[in-house]
Design a protein around this ligand. Sequence first.
Ligand SMILES: [Zn+2]
Length: 243
Amino acid sequence: MQLSCEVCHSPLRAEDVRLDLAVAKCHACNAVYDLSGRKARGLSAQRPEKLPLRPKVALPSNFRVEEDGPTTRISWRWFNPLTHLFLAFFCIAWDGFLVVWYGIALNMEDKPIIMILFPIAHVAVGVGLTYSTLTGFVNRTRIEVNRDQLTIRHGPLPWRGNQDLPGRQLTQLYGEEVARTNKGSTTYSYDLLALDREGRKVKLLSGLTEKDQVLYLEQTLERKLGIEDAAVDGELARRTHAA
Ligand SMILES: [Zn+2]
């Protein structure tokens, strides 16, 4: 049985697929996604019994979930003690240095223009970093999903990436692993993406820290949006042609 990637259509290698977990990670585009409930796409047409149903992914420890009739709300704080306390100390040192610098410059008799202009780029970095550190302390991401609508909000401090998407526009959700190498050590983060009916990629979330978070969101949101059921009972084709 040859599987190909649902996102970039490269043939998947044996090591890309964990049939026991029903999860695939494409070596070509780094997409991570659920393999169960894909029968409508012809993935398992010959041997449907070979693709197991994926067990329910455990709720990530920092996620809070509320069920409210047809609507599910998922939210989590951005705060991560290690990252944000380190950033807070860094901001205090950085901003403190600039305060001292400007204290000296503005108290000089002739207020030399070079001393005022020289650290302007550092001021910009300080403002950006301090703001993003503050969001780490106070912000949450809130997702509200039901059959018709997917809403994503970041706040209370404004941040890019709020979304309102009609549910029937999305045909598949998947994760993407992003690797960053710094001084020989690699850290991974995960983005959550969707394909719309025209096959275009829509980025839903970025910077998730755990693979389980993206797999949980993929599974839960697909279920609520009716994508998974659709794939199993063939409704997807009807929905696609209903446009
Ligand atoms: Zn791929």
